[in-house]
Design a protein around this ligand. Structure first.
Ligand SMILES: C[S@@+](CC[C@H](N)C(=O)[O-])C[C@H]1O[C@@H](n2cnc3c(N)ncnc32)[C@H](O)[C@@H]1O
Length: 199
């Protein structure tokens, strides 16, 4: 099921109003960590819910083949402008992830707080799609928002619930400890690397 118009409009209005407290104005320390440690190396990568997409520019500069998607036309226009300024290329789409299918699978997905932006009722659909978009043994780099509160967005990504959503049957959770990342709004995210098991 695609997301309804009022949700698309909600995110677009946040960008139009510049009411984007999640926006660091720079790349996430989690991405920096995974790049510096060699946990993430140039590959065909998807950045779902990319927002203004500082990470997309960084990945493109480092030679990744990047596809980035967001429903907000304002966010993707801002990203396209900064890609142009940096003199690098990425495929940038203004689309609803829940109604989208890629032409080819990805080696990796960098999921930076798009899950927590979606209503928990669509998490089973979204997590299934993440698995379908990745090739077998492809990796999902994902930041789970920790608000410790009911309601959202952002919705709290309780780790027990995340282990059920990204179950052992389909996903192998890396043994490395979670990367703890402060969120610009004062809460924090936990970053994990999950490998999609072969069918
Ligand atoms: C909390 S923001 C995070 C943006 C960016 N990843 C960052 O960290 O700055 C969530 C983003 O997901 C996008 N989004 C939410 N639902 C979406 C959907 N169904 N398809 C595509 N993008 C979506 C919103 O427009 C918003 O830009």
């Amino acid at each position: 099921m695609p997301i309804p118009d009022h949700i698309v409009n909600f995110w677009e209005q946040r960008y139009l109003d510049e009411d984007t407290p999640w926006d660091r104005g720079n790349i996430s320390p989690a991405l920096q960590h995974w790049l510096e440690t060699g946990a993430l190396e140039p590959a065909r990568i998807l950045v779902p819910g990319c927002g203004r997409g500082y990470e997309v520019v960084e990945l493109a500069q480092r030679g990744f083949d990047v596809v980035a998607i967001d429903t907000s036309v304002t966010a993707v226009t801002s990203l396209e402008r900064r890609l142009d300024q940096a003199g690098v290329a990425a495929e940038v789409l203004c689309a609803d992830l829940l109604g989208w299918a890629p032409a080819r699978e990805f080696d990796a997905v960098y999921e930076q707080t798009c899950l927590c932006a979606m209503a928990p009722s669509v998490w089973p659909q979204y997590s299934r799609l993440l698995g379908e978009w990745l090739r077998p043994s492809g990796s999902l780099y994902i930041l789970f928002m920790q608000t410790g509160q009911a309601g959202g967005p952002p919705y709290h990504c309780d780790l027990t619930a995340m282990h059920e959503l990204f179950s052992d049957a389909r996903w192998q959770w890396a043994a490395a400890p979670a990367v703890t990342v402060p969120h610009p709004s004062g809460i924090h995210e936990l970053g994990y690397v999950l490998k999609r098991r072969a069918d």
